[in-house]
Design a protein around this ligand. Sequence first.
Ligand code: ARG
Length: 467
Amino acid sequence: MQEKPAKEKQSGGAWSGRFSEPVDELVKRFTASVAFDKRLALFDIQGSLAHAQMLAEVGLLSETDLGNIRLGMERIRGEIESGKFHWSVDQEDVHMNIERRLTELAGDAGKRLHTARSRNDQVATDIRLYLRDAIDRLQDRIRAFQLALLDLAETHAATVMPGFTHLQVAQPVTFGHHLMAYFEMLKRDAGRLSDARKRVNQLPLGSAALAGTGYPIQRERVAALLGFDGICENSLDAVSDRDFAIETANACAMIMIHLSRFSEELILWMSPRYGFIRLADRFCTGSSIMPQKRNPDVPELVRGKTGRVIGHLMGLFTLMKGQPLAYNKDNQEDKEPLFDTVDTVLDSLTLYADMMGGLTVNAEAMRAAAREGFATATDLADYLVKKGLPFRDAHEVVARAVRHAEEQHCDLADLPLETLKQFSDLVGPDVFEVLTLEGSLASRSHIGGTAPQAVRAAIQRAREAFQ
Ligand code: ARG
């Protein structure tokens, strides 16, 4: 004679039949995921509806049951969207909460939905549907940010600034060229997400708990209904591996790395020592004790949040490491880091796109800084090389000229021709064409170079590729 106290029915309702005592309260809270995986609800319903339709098509579910499941799910969707759905920790996770409500609404039809399925392939499907959608949204935001970069780069295709190596003034570049460097990074970021999407978009459903199912299911049909590109070909692998999630998190971490580099630059450029740019007030905050302060909070936070996104990636790697086949509860821990990663990157990209529109440039300060560090010294060396001097000798000549200019507290371009001639008799009056910032920029006109015309061509190519 089997006894089933009412209490047991509540906690672990779907599996309590096997157990002789109720689950400990802390264990219940510790093992439940509903507090966070309820975010998967709409994907869970989407997956369930496709599964139910397939079950009906192969004769495992009656048309009446399918109809009732659809009606029930419609109702549940409405309840969730309006915030009226009652989430219960007694039902452990999003899957069982929805199934319990469906059974209330649709009776036995609700109980039949789980035929030929397990929560293991169900959750793997949900997380893939979630990530596919997340990737598409991330791609949209990357694109919006890239378009904002193109607009700003176009405005500043000829705005001269110092280019740095080792954070020391190296050679003049255009601000447009500098911005287009980030455009390229984002292009690769988008490519990484597209690559990950191919492996995300494979259907695990049909793998059931781990070994597949004895029912005559049609996995291809479910894949087609859900818009998956293909089917996971090994049931043990399908329910257990989360490499597709790690890949996506990696692409996200890379985006944050790139944004953190840009953040660092914006922060430096905004400091009065540089004074290159000004960020719109809406991206800055003041200080509660120092009235003069305008702090670049948004870039600073993006730089800071890069840490947590990289942390989530490390967390996911570590979560997967050493897990034996097949599904283990460890995998329940994939969700919070993934959700937070996607939320953080979406917000950061959105803010960055917006920030480009609110960025004003102090072209005079940029130009003055480019003139300070003998940024055209390489151009003088190249000039001498073109006149026949070996590069190493030219380097030596220019080093001496720079030392002299430094003593005179002036730029190379400010030295009189006669003075420059003293360092090499190859110097002629045409030397000033290369010593000016504009001359230096204009000479680097090949693809990938910083000449305004090369930058405009790069912007043009980028715009065409977007069409
Ligand atoms: N909440 C679980 C997760 O996120 C769903 C799968 C649970 N499967 C199981 N056999 N306990 O991974």
